[in-house]
Design a binder for this molecule. Structure first.
Ligand SMILES: *[C@@H]1O[C@H](CO)[C@@H](O)[C@H](O)[C@H]1NC(C)=O
Length: 473
């Protein structure tokens, strides 16, 4: 089994909890430098990075360093060899392949005579002849650190006698995954569940059974179109099930590669990439546009800009002024609040009719999934060193999806935090220190308390750039 499976000793865990984040960042940076200097340290570095990743919230600034470290694990020859044990489909019958690439997720591919006892949440592989007893404990949510997600036990049984009798037998494979966690946030609904589920199940072309734990009953309703696009069968709620369900193959847990994205080498058979997901989304929602308005073919046409309006935090205080500036820059500009008052299906169609999506960093920008490739995403990055998070969560995904990406970083003068807190407040003077003091403080100031009043004169350059991108289409 790969080394990443080994849990660190208790004393190590305790010691790490007591390290302050700044110190951890320091250590990780030193490790990264050491790693570059000596590929031999890759195994240790990966193990430490994975451990630290489990102990901290995943959006802090050190996320970037962790991403570098963890990807360093996979490019190193030593680590790659070990990690490849868990890379994909098994070739022989009767096999469990454990996979923990990246730092978000752990999954098991169980192939052979697989029996799931829903009550016990056990997935047993029944061997054809006597074999070694082995056991894995998997949290089937794509962020393995979510404490509320129920553990699933995967067992390779020693012999047939211990196998529970099947009450339902399937000829198709299954993917077992959890909801709960951070679902309910539009971005997490996709990055934690739908993209990883696409990675796990696309290869089956609909002939796959989904099994869900930590059920959120609204979820299969809200994302019915996507779930039906991936599976021809109704989902099974394992929380409310007393069967022993038997399959020829089960994937336990789903694998999050990166924010809203797919790393082709990690996908089953190496066949999928991020644009495959957005193409699939356009297909299942029957979105008509796969290119933005062409100003070459239709001179004089006004490209459409959608401003996403947030109701609570991170609001545009001068929305009307921004819309007028966008009109002046040549767009037909519309502001919309897309949260919860329309179905995802309607929302997808509305967003697809636009050429530019503009919004302050937040879940609403997840609507970038519905834009035609070649369209422009403008992310307004709130004050307070939020660039790294903004880039990882939306900037990089946008580029991978074939969109043009622009960001606009708000200055202290454009943030409502300045008038609220005064220029001497640490949140204004020392954003780095706020980040180091932890995820809670960072969230409180920069995500929850802040709204923005865009400096139109400064923002016009960004609008012009967006228009120029479309002119090139
Ligand atoms: C399934 O698990 C439950 C709870 O552990 C147990 O009581 C039951 O006997 C199991 N069913 C079978 C068929 O083994």
């Amino acid at each position: 089994m790969s080394f990443c499976e080994e849990k660190p000793g208790k004393s190590m865990k305790k010691a790490l909890i007591h390290l302050n984040i700044g110190f951890v960042v320091g250590i990780l940076s030193v490790l990264l430098i050491y790693l570059v200097a000596s590929q031999r340290s890759a195994v240790t570095t990966c193990a430490v990075a994975t451990t630290v990743a489990q102990l901290i919230t995943d959006k802090q600034l050190i996320k970037e360093i962790l991403v570098k470290l963890v990807s360093a694990c996979t490019i190193s020859p030593i680590a790659d060899k070990q990690l490849n044990q868990g890379s994909g489909e098994s070739s022989e019958k009767g096999k469990v392949v454990y996979n923990t690439k990246g730092y978000y997720s752990e999954t098991c591919e169980v192939d052979g005579d697989v029996r799931i006892n829903s009550t016990a949440l056990t997935v047993s592989l029944v061997p054809t002849s006597w074999s070694e007893h082995r056991e894995w404990r998997i949290r089937p949510y794509s962020r393995k650190t979510m404490p509320d997600v129920k553990m699933v036990t995967v067992t390779q049984l020693q012999d047939k006698a211990a196998a529970p009798a099947c009450t339902v037998t399937y000829s198709v494979p299954a993917v077992l995954f959890a909801l709960g966690g951070l679902t309910g946030n539009f971005w997490h609904d996709f990055t934690d569940v739908l993209v990883p589920l696409f990675i796990a199940s696309r290869r089956y072309a609909g002939e796959v059974q989904f099994l869900i734990t930590n059920m959120r009953p609204w979820y299969p309703v809200a994302y019915k179109t996507i779930l039906q696009g991936l599976s021809k069968y109704d989902v099974v709620d394992l929380d409310d099930d007393a069967h022993v369900r038997c399959f020829p193959h089960v994937t336990v847990g789903i694998h999050q590669h990166r924010d809203l994205g797919i790393i082709p080498e990690w996908s089953p058979g190496g066949r999928l990439a991020t644009p495959d997901f957005t193409r699939f989304v356009r297909e299942v929602y029957a979105l008509p546009r796969d290119a933005p308005a062409s100003l070459v073919r239709e001179p004089g046409r006004r490209p459409r800009l959608l401003l996403i309006h947030r109701g609570h935090s991170r609001r545009f205080m001068n929305r009307q002024e921004i819309l007028r500036a966008a009109e002046a820059a040549g767009f037909e500009a519309v502001a919309m609040d897309l949260r919860r008052d329309v179905t995802v299906d309607e929302q997808a169609r509305v967003v697809n009719s636009f050429d530019v999506l503009l919004g302050v960093h937040g879940a609403g920008l997840t609507n970038l999934l519905f834009l035609p490739p070649g369209a422009v995403l403008i992310q307004v990055v709130p004050y307070g060193k939020m660039d790294v998070i903004a880039t990882l969560e939306f900037g990089e995904p946008a580029k991978e999806m074939g969109l043009r990406y622009l960001d606009y970083s708000v200055t202290a003068e454009e943030s409502t935090l300045l008038e609220m807190l005064g220029s001497e407040h640490p949140a204004i003077k020392h954003p780095g220190a706020i980040h180091r003091s932890g995820w809670d403080k960072m969230t409180e100031f920069y995500l929850d308390k802040q709204s923005v009043r865009i400096n139109i004169a400064r923002f016009t350059a960004t609008l012009t750039q967006a228009f120029d991108y479309l002119r090139q289409q």
